[in-house]
Design a protein around this ligand. Structure first.
Ligand SMILES: Nc1ncnc2c1ncn2[C@@H]1O[C@H](COP(=O)(O)OP(=O)(O)OP(=O)(O)O)[C@@H](O)[C@H]1O
Length: 403
């Protein structure tokens, strides 16, 4: 897929932007704080309807419109997919100031017709690679869960629906647990929420297991190339409880996690998850939180059978991340039948020469790629000759002749 055109109105520091995007690599070059990252953020927002940098929609709307009666930001992309004519995906974010606290309303349109997030899954997909992703291996478990979820939700509508449900049910169940502990509600009310949570959660666990099995194979190939086969990368999925393959209700707590090759279905996982919720009911009520479920899952990255997050060098962890991010790109291609858009925010400068060369070589002729940088010198002249360089200055973009 590729994006032919991007239009922004009042998004971040862009009062108005009309930008045509060629298929060749696009380099967004400029000093700090000019608006390079905001372009990648806009494309990510169009693909996932959320920002990778903030959870507050307010920050996305241009400051200068805050005193307008109805402040808004609009983002639109003309997307060209393999099987369809160019389609226009548009998101409008409105700030409703009529109440005591401003509220934000998001509208998604495809070719002018209003849609739900679910209806546009897969239409525009992106892989975003940030400098902070280089800490994915050693970082917190929530970052690795986000890594799995961002990839899966863009491609798999059922997964998006299950995760969305799970994330709605979980706080309601937690609120009930607290009410029970304060003797304002009865335990009997839990059964309904447990069933809902187990149903949605089992689909999330099954989806992650399949995803990681496929991703591992792709990442191993990249990792072999990067290390000359001297090291082996493996992924260990450690759900907060480990369902057994046999649906006999037995629990096994296996530190090595769920065998990715055991292929459990959501139907096999669901009764076991439900049983786990019931088994830990007393403690959950005491602590006022749900103790097991996909919100507590772990993904560990191993090199030569040792946990890279605990024992790996910084270089090994970076190589593993690069292998994983490129695998994410290939995984999406395998599932969508076409390459997603690749967004590289300042990450190229963070890689050493060998890893940088590997990344840029691998991109040759595949996904439409947008790279931000403050220094053009980090790219080879070969790469710059193939690329279209844009200079970004204070929310204005102009073509720059290749140096
Ligand atoms: N809601 C907003 N309205 C107007 N301007 C904003 C808004 N949010 C952020 N900005 C400004 O937009 C500018 C662009 O930020 P951006 O992160 O895109 O810059 P950048 O060119 O990627 O910089 P860097 O190289 O430092 O990452 C910053 O000066 C920031 O203060």
């Amino acid at each position: 897929m590729h994006i032919e055109h991007l239009s922004l109105t009042n998004f971040r520091n862009y009062a108005r932007l009309e930008l045509s995007l060629p298929q060749q690599p696009i380099v967004l070059y400029g000093e700090n704080a000019q608006g390079k990252t905001s372009i990648l953020e806009a494309l990510y927002y169009l693909a996932t309807s959320r920002s990778p940098y903030t959870t507050s929609d307010r920050q996305l709307i241009h400051w200068r419109t805050e005193d307008d009666p109805i402040p808004f930001a609009r983002l639109a992309a003309d997307v060209n997919n393999r099987e369809s004519a160019t389609q226009r995906l548009e998101i409008t974010l409105l700030m409703d100031k009529s109440g005591p606290v401003p509220r934000f309303k998001k509208t998604i349109k495809l070719n002018g017709v209003e849609k739900r997030v679910m209806d546009v899954v897969g239409l525009l997909t992106v892989v975003l690679f940030l400098p902070q992703d280089l800490a994915l291996v050693e970082g917190s478990p929530s970052e690795r869960r986000r890594f799995m979820d961002t990839t899966l939700t863009q491609v798999n509508r059922d997964y998006l629906e299950a995760l969305d449900n799970y994330e709605k049910i979980l706080p309601q169940r937690n609120a009930l647990l607290r009410r029970i502990s304060e003797r304002q509600s009865s335990r009997k009310e839990l059964a309904f929420w447990d069933e809902q949570l187990a149903h949605a959660g089992a689909a999330v666990i099954a989806g992650r297991q399949t995803f990681l099995r496929e991703l591992e194979e792709l990442a191993q190939r990249n990792h072999d190339d990067l290390t000359g086969r001297t090291e082996t990368l493996t992924l260990k999925y450690q759900p907060s409880f480990v369902p057994t393959a046999e649906a006999n209700g037995q629990m096994s707590f296996n530190l090595l996690g769920l065998d990715l090759h055991r292929e459990l279905t959501a139907e096999q996982i669901e009764p076991q998850f439900l049983q786990q919720l019931e088994a830990e009911q007393n403690e959950s009520i005491m602590r006022g939180v749900t103790l097991s479920g996909p919100h507590r899952d772990e993904l560990r990255i191993f090199i030569n059978e040792r946990d890279c997050g605990l024992y790996g060098s910084r270089g090994q962890a970076r190589t593993a991340v690069l292998a994983l991010k490129l695998a994410e790109l290939s995984w999406m291609r395998d599932h969508l039948g076409e390459w997603p858009i690749l967004l590289l925010d300042e990450v190229v400068a963070e890689l050493d020469r060998k890893r940088r060369a590997y990344l840029l070589d691998r991109l040759d002729g595949i996904a439409q790629t947008l790279v931000t940088t403050t220094e053009l010198e980090i790219f080879t002249s070969d790469f710059l000759e193939r690329a279209q360089v844009y200079e970004v200055i204070a929310g204005q973009i102009s073509e720059k002749a290749t140096p």
